[in-house]
Structure formats: C-alpha cells, structure tokens
Design a protein around this ligand. Structure first.
Ligand SMILES: C[S@@+](CC[C@H](N)C(=O)[O-])C[C@H]1O[C@@H](n2cnc3c(N)ncnc32)[C@H](O)[C@@H]1O
Length: 251
C-alpha cells in the first residue's frame, strides 16, 4: 500500500489499519486543533459508525491517496471540483511555485486538495465547519505524515464568522486561497464571497474550481467577478467544472 503513512516506517500497514478501525472504544473526533500528529492521534479520529463511511483512492503528485468519506458529520465526500483542482495543481506545480507556498483552503471537506497541495510542497491550512474537522484531520495526517516538507494544519473557519478574531489581518498572508465546489445550493453564498475577499491580501491568488449546475452558481460567478479580477484557467467538460483564478480588486 503506497500511502505516506504506511510507507513511512511501516508502522501503519493495511492490516493494522483494519485493527484501528475496529477499535471504536476510542471514541469520536475531538478538537482537531489540539491533536498532535501521531498514530495515537489518528486512532482518536476514526469514526465509530462504520456503516456511514467509505474510502476512495486517488493518485496525485506521485502518491496513492486514500480518502475516508462519510455521509454523516465526520466529513463530506470528494466533489468533482476537488479532483479538477488537484489535477491543475499537479500539472502546474512549478509555474504556481508551490514549494513552501502558504496556502489556505476553505471548505476543505475530506481534504483531497489540501493533501495534494501539501504533497506538492506547500504549507497548508485546511479549514471547514467544526463537524468536519475530525475526518479532515484524519485524512490529512494519514496521507502526509512523515512524507512531506510541511505538516498541514487544520482550523475551523465558518464563512463570514469571527474572521478577524480567528484570522487577524495583521498576521494574515496566503500566497494561495484554494476553494473547490464551495458554491452550490446553500444560504451562505454572500458570506462565502466576503470570506474569499477577506482572506485575499495583495499578492494572494484565489484558485476556485466549481461544478456549474444551477443558475445560482452563475449568479455567484457574476458577483465574484465584481469583487475579483477573474480569469478562467481551465474547463473540464466531462464534469462541468470550471477553474477560475481570482485576484482581489483593490480600487
Ligand atoms: C460540496 S463540499 C466540497 C468539499 C471539498 N472542497 C471538495 O471539493 O471535495 C462543500 C464544503 O464546504 C463546507 N461548508 C459549507 N458551508 C460552510 C460554511 N458556512 N462555512 C465553512 N465551510 C462550509 C462543507 O462543510 C463542505 O466541506
């Protein structure tokens, strides 16, 4: 099994991983921000309701990536925007200068994009709603521990809420803000746009990949273009995903 954790010292082979998942007595995810990166911490993040999650496999950045998906509060599933964005990052690593780049992902879900960005050398902070962070932390650690230059961080970021408190402008700088399939039928679209703008400093590039389905997706795109100088970087017709680069308008 060619995932980072199992290849890093061989201390979590597939067989042991099965044992790990059977050990439901260890309990549900806690505060992911407080978790130390170790096998012990991974054990704390394994969901207890095994009927509601599954694993999907991907290959990016020369690594096999195993993503634990869930239909309940441990996380979400990988959406098509994520695989498109990963493909783009992988194909443009040097051009994007990802080595040591500071990256924040919003709405990271089960974490595929953050994992790939980390494997490509970036310093990544993956963010999402509180309920999703346990599974996100699990996937990030499992796929990056002991095989990347920088260990990814997980932080709560609820769009439009407590931004200055949790991400003070004075300490805020990201080379890239990444977002995949964060635009769909939900009621936080204005807060999402506010958050995208808040996280953008001079020099920050927002990479947003999204499957376009509904008129509301295009309405968001119109608003996005009012706030960001937007360039269509790539289109993936087979999945209806478009990938935009956005630079915040400062005037
Ligand atoms: C459709 S999923 C996409 C997940 C992942 N980016 C992908 O492409 O596979 C949307 C993600 O946005 C997160 N999300 C939804 N509303 C949010 C909010 N108000 N604040 C922060 N994250 C939110 C969800 O928890 C979920 O992880």
């Amino acid at each position: 099994m060619d995932v980072c954790l199992s290849s890093a010292g061989g201390w979590l082979e597939a067989e042991n991983e099965g044992d790990l998942q059977k050990d439901s007595a260890r309990g549900p995810p806690g505060d992911a921000n407080k978790i130390e990166p170790s096998l012990h911490s991974l054990q704390k993040l394994v969901p207890t309701d095994y009927g509601s999650y599954t694993q999907e496999r991907y290959r990016f950045a020369g690594k096999d990536i195993v993503i634990q998906e869930s239909i309940e509060s441990y996380g979400a599933v990988v959406w098509p925007g994520a695989t498109a964005l990963c493909q783009y990052l992988e194909e443009h690593t040097e051009e994007l200068n990802l080595q040591d780049a500071k990256i924040l992902e919003i709405g990271a879900g089960p974490g595929l994009v953050s994992i790939v960005a980390t494997l490509l050398g970036a310093q990544v902070t993956a963010t999402d709603l509180p309920d999703v962070l346990g599974n996100l932390q699990y996937n990030l650690l499992k796929n990056t521990l002991k095989c990347t230059a920088h260990l990814p961080e997980v932080k709560e970021l609820v769009w439009g809420e407590d931004l200055e408190q949790n991400f003070p402008k004075s300490a805020l700088y990201y080379d890239y803000v990444l977002a995949s399939d964060v635009v769909y039928h939900h009621y936080s679209l204005d807060k999402l746009l506010t958050t995208m703008a808040y996280l953008s400093q001079p020099g920050t590039v927002l990479l947003w990949a999204n499957k376009f389905r509904f008129s509301t997706d295009y309405e968001f795109l119109d608003k996005f273009k009012q706030v960001f100088d937007a360039t269509l970087l790539a289109e993936y017709p087979e999945s209806s995903v478009k990938l935009f680069k956005g630079i915040l308008k400062w005037d």
